[in-house]
Ligand binder design. Structure first.
Ligand SMILES: [Zn+2]
Length: 396
């Protein structure tokens, strides 16, 4: 059955334009019209959402649904049974959805749990965003996130692991190309794999039609991931043993590769307010701080496309906080609200090769949200979600 949602303003994400008043007509799970209210199809039930802005459902390109987002993520992960992890995932999905996120890209968790959540979301069993899932992340023995990772070291083993993930049903391949702050006894400032090893992963994934997302704090890992042809570079922190330093060679490599950068730049937003000053995350936040934002400004000026991902699930990074990633892009990196919105809509759909999501137009999936005010003027209005429609079903 068709239904038209009307609102004072409409942002389709196809351009910077705000259409006022706007309308989106959906037929079951599909959009059949998005544009000016005056031109909306006749004889369709109207639902007036009022003085709000309609926009595409947001895409959070980096989450970990089975992590607790508490202060003690690793303890939780080792104490939780698989059943509890799964229940955490269900609750994470609900929170993300009600915050306006209608698609998440799951960047690492146990295969059987993540693929079950994906199926439950797709089947409408739980209120959830669409889940695009890597399942387990490929990492070195004892490497970053080994506890839900798939440990592989040699080129032959890495190729085999990619094949195993394709067989298991992964939508893309996630690799931990450097160490990470979450995992003790790894080194975020050093690459975990050689260029030839990352190349083996990318070649095997490409042969089987999947993209690779690479977790990269270390500058050397950024360079080898870009040169190997990964689709997205997660974090892209430019971390060296001497701290965070902008690296022109790495920046050029990223730009030349056409990779999208997912800076996960609001990771420490909530932690900043609630953790002791000597907590490792506070130390990381101080280290990352200003230099990190300045680096992102330079990458953006170079023309590197950004997508927004929260890394929700890691320490004090809850699923409902996704919008901080967009407000930080505006407040700290200097993007316009339109440019920031693109990182969670049109650019994310491009990066994920999902033209059916991320914009509002005839034929797209009926994923749309309404927020109070006008996010093109006040990006903070993304925190005031008034309606969420995911694959045609209204949840709020
Ligand atoms: Zn992550």
């Amino acid at each position: 059955m068709k239904r038209t949602y009307t609102a004072a303003r409409l942002y389709t994400a196809l351009s910077e334009e705000v259409i006022a008043p706007g309308a989106v007509t959906i037929d079951a799970e599909q959009i059949v019209y998005a544009g000016a209210l005056a031109d909306a199809p006749a004889d369709v039930e109207l639902v007036d959402l009022g003085d709000v802005t309609l926009l595409p459902g947001l895409i959070d390109s980096h989450v970990h649904l089975t992590l607790s987002a508490s202060e003690h993520v690793l303890e939780d992960y080792s104490n939780d049974s698989d059943q509890i992890k799964l229940i955490r995932g269900v609750e994470a999905c609900r929170r993300a959805l009600l915050a306006g996120v209608t698609t998440v890209r799951e960047c690492g968790g146990q295969n059987e749990l993540i693929f079950a959540l994906r199926a439950a979301a797709a089947g409408g069993i739980i209120p959830a965003p669409r889940i695009i899932a890597a399942g387990g992340a490929i990492t070195t023995t004892g490497g970053h996130c080994w506890f839900f990772g798939l440990e592989a070291d040699s080129e032959a083993d890495l190729r085999r692991m990619v094949r195993a993930q394709v067989k298991a049903g992964a939508d893309f391949i996630k690799v931990m190309a450097s160490g990470g702050a979450l995992t003790p006894r790894t080194n975020p400032a050093a690459a975990q794999y050689t260029p030839a090893q990352i190349q083996a992963i990318c070649d095997e994934a490409k042969r089987l039609g999947l993209d690779v997302a690479a977790h990269c704090h270390a500058t050397e890992s950024v360079i080898c991931a870009a040169q190997a042809g990964v689709r997205t570079i997660e974090h892209c922190s430019f971390l060296t043993p001497e701290g965070i330093v902008y690296d022109q060679e790495a920046a050029r490599a990223v730009h030349a590769s056409g990779a999208y950068v997912c800076p996960t730049l609001a990771i420490a937003k909530r932690a900043a307010a609630s953790l002791a000053e000597d907590h490792p995350l506070q130390q990381m936040r101080r280290r990352m701080g200003g230099t990190r934002m300045a680096n992102l400004r330079r990458l953006h000026a170079l023309g590197v496309p950004f997508i927004s991902g929260s890394d929700a699930g890691v320490t004090l990074n809850p699923f409902e906080d996704f919008a901080y990633n967009l407000t930080e892009l505006v407040d700290q990196v200097g993007l316009t609200p339109h440019q920031a919105l693109q990182t969670a809509t049109r650019l994310a759909s491009e990066a994920l090769r999902r033209p059916d999501i991320g914009t509002l137009a005839n034929g797209r999936s009926a994923d749309l949200i309404a927020v109070h005010g006008n996010p093109l003027e006040q990006i903070n209005s993304l925190f005031e979600v008034r309606a969420v429609i995911a694959r045609g079903v209204r949840y709020q």
